[in-house]
Design a protein around this ligand. Structure first.
Ligand SMILES: NC(=O)c1ccc[n+]([C@@H]2O[C@H](COP(=O)([O-])OP(=O)(O)OC[C@H]3O[C@@H](n4cnc5c(N)ncnc54)[C@H](OP(=O)(O)O)[C@@H]3O)[C@@H](O)[C@H]2O)c1
Length: 182
């Protein structure tokens, strides 16, 4: 694991991808799974999220009860409800500060954990900091789009948590926990 700075708080990656590692089309997600979004919300509530500017814009609003830390190279980007940073190291520093100050507007308890929230560029920058990946695998045959970085299978212990079969409304999907093996 190659990490640039020491983490004060653990970082977890949270992602939904298909069998080709596709996570979106560059602007939005390619599926709508309300159950997965609900789970994502409860999992990340009270924690800082590190996301790219494109993901931030695709969501279109701050996610409540969490620090929305947004990475951009722009020095003038300013969006209400976000904490704008110009480097991944600064994203980590802001997340640490937010946790330490318990600067949480919701009634939820602040989590002492940082979530790597995507998209592809931000996963690439941060995956080496993560010891856990909370992964939703969606079985949907799409080949083109933005991809999650390729993982080295031998670095991860994979546990399937829950399986959902295909229905008329939703594709097959499943929840997995990947734990880094040292
Ligand atoms: N399925 C999932 O779980 C999931 C999760 C999140 C996102 N997504 C999807 O992923 C797609 C977006 O991903 P993406 O890779 O295109 O974009 P992204 O990672 O969300 O954002 C990329 C932007 O981040 C900024 N950035 C990247 N590296 C940086 C660095 N080293 N320093 C400072 N800023 C940096 C740049 O912003 P500037 O251009 O402003 O400089 C860059 O354009 C969308 O389709 C979204 O729906 C899917």
């Amino acid at each position: 694991m190659i990490a640039k700075i020491d983490l004060k708080f653990p970082m977890e990656c949270v992602v939904a991808l298909n069998q080709h590692r596709i996570i979106g089309d560059g602007n939005k997600l390619l599926w709508h799974l309300p159950g997965d979004l609900k789970r994502l919300k409860s999992m990340t509530m009270g924690a800082p999220l590190i996301m790219g500017r494109k993901t931030w814009e695709s969501i279109g609003r701050p996610l409540p009860g969490r620090a929305n830390i947004v990475l951009t190279r722009s020095k003038s980007y300013n969006m209400s409800g976000s904490i704008v940073v110009n480097s991944f190291d600064n994203a980590i520093r802001k997340a640490d500060e937010w946790i330490e100050n318990e600067n949480c507007n919701s009634k939820e308890i602040t989590q002492k954990k940082i979530y790597l929230f995507g998209g592809a560029e931000i996963y690439k920058l941060g995956i080496d900091y993560c010891d856990v990946i909370q992964m939703t695998k969606v079985h949907i045959n799409i080949n083109k789009g933005t991809k999650f970085p390729e993982l080295n299978d031998k670095d991860w212990k994979k546990t399937k948590l829950q399986q959902f079969n295909k229905t008329l409304d939703f594709p097959e999907f499943s929840y997995w926990r990947y734990q880094r093996v040292f």
